[in-house]
Design a protein around this ligand. Structure first.
Ligand code: ADP
Ligand code: MG
Length: 297
């Protein structure tokens, strides 16, 4: 399991240092590692926390974020480009009942050719300016489109699985990110980490030459079924180990903004003051209870 990442002190330090992951790419060296699953479920968790979250499906040929969210609509990224309406990308978002918004990939692989790396980056910037969190489901590999996208983002989530071929390719990808000067903004997620492998999963950080990694378990029933049904598994099965581990990753990567924390403290202090005024001698008991409630919530 991930080491000490969700500890209160580190969480607070992240908030204090203004650490912010606003535009986040979910990528992998090859396909089938879980990028879309992770992007869609992180988005659902963010929406549950009342964040204005958008997914940009950058898997231009075979993007399936719309399918994973059971969303259909007229508009895709292709339409933005065809109508030369890059400045109004937001108007082409599909809206999911959870609150998640989606800029869907073109419906056919041949339409991907219409979208140049430059226009994709402009769409990314435009969408980012209107979201609190933008998750980019990036196509597999290090294509020209991907390189231009990755340059723009605050954080790169590199998804791998624990098989030898996946790890070999992930290692090459991380070395390339390092050569491009982006290793500091990369975090590794070992998905399906409890699945069959010859590796001791805890040696993966050493193999990949990274300081830490997040781990998500293999859930060969509920995760694929939720994907096929188009319901994020964190919504349909929030108690599943996969959902709980992803919630921890979400909390670490996207801590509440300092302003939200301050607001929360101010509100609880106000309530304590109000209770004190009302109940006089029960002061101490009430303040203790109120503090406990505010921390526990
Ligand atoms: N932790 C997991 N356990 C079991 N199956 C998973 C897990 N994560 C993803 N999957 C399944 O693996 C397949 C590939 O995942 P997907 O998110 O489409 O990968 P990618 O977007 O990288 O191609 C899907 O059927 C998905 O349901
Ligand atoms: Mg995908």
């Amino acid at each position: 399991m991930e080491k000490g990442l969700t500890g209160t002190m580190e969480h607070q330090q992240a908030i204090d240092s203004g650490f912010e992951n606003k535009v986040v790419a979910v990528c992998s060296a090859t396909g089938g590692m879980g990028r879309t699953t992770i992007a869609v479920n992180l988005a659902a968790l963010a929406a549950k926390n009342k964040k204005k979250v958008t997914i940009l499906d950058g898997d231009l040929q075979f993007g399936d974020a719309a399918m994973a969210l059971d969303m259909k609509g007229e508009n895709t990224i292709q339409h933005i480009v065809e109508k030369h309406d890059l400045a109004n990308s937001q108007n082409y978002c599909l809206k999911h009942e959870s609150g998640v918004q989606l800029l869907a990939a073109p419906t056919r692989p041949e339409y991907a050719d219409l979208i140049t790396p430059d226009s994709l980056v402009r769409i990314l910037k435009e969408t980012a300016s209107r979201a609190q969190l933008l998750l980019v489901d990036v196509q597999a590999g290090l294509t020209e489109h991907n390189i231009q996208l990755l340059e723009q983002v605050d954080r790169i989530l590199v998804v791998t699985t624990p098989g030898m071929a996946a790890l070999k390719n992930t290692k090459l990808m991380i070395e390339t990110l390092d050569a491009l000067g982006w290793k500091d903004k990369a975090s590794v997620i070992v998905n399906k980490s409890t699945g069959p492998t010859l590796m001791d999963v805890h040696d993966i950080t050493e193999l990949l030459q990274v300081e830490e990694a997040f781990y998500l378990p293999d859930e060969d029933k509920h995760v694929p079924l939720a994907f096929d049904r188009g319901i994020p598994v964190v919504i349909s099965h929030p108690k599943l180990p996969f959902s709980k581990e992803l919630a921890k990753i979400n909390e670490h990567l996207f801590p509440p903004a300092l302003s939200e924390t301050t607001e929360h403290i101010t509100l609880s202090r106000r309530l304590i003051k109000k209770f004190k005024g009302l109940r006089g001698k029960d002061d101490e008991f009430i303040s203790k209870t109120a503090i406990k409630t505010s921390r526990g919530s």
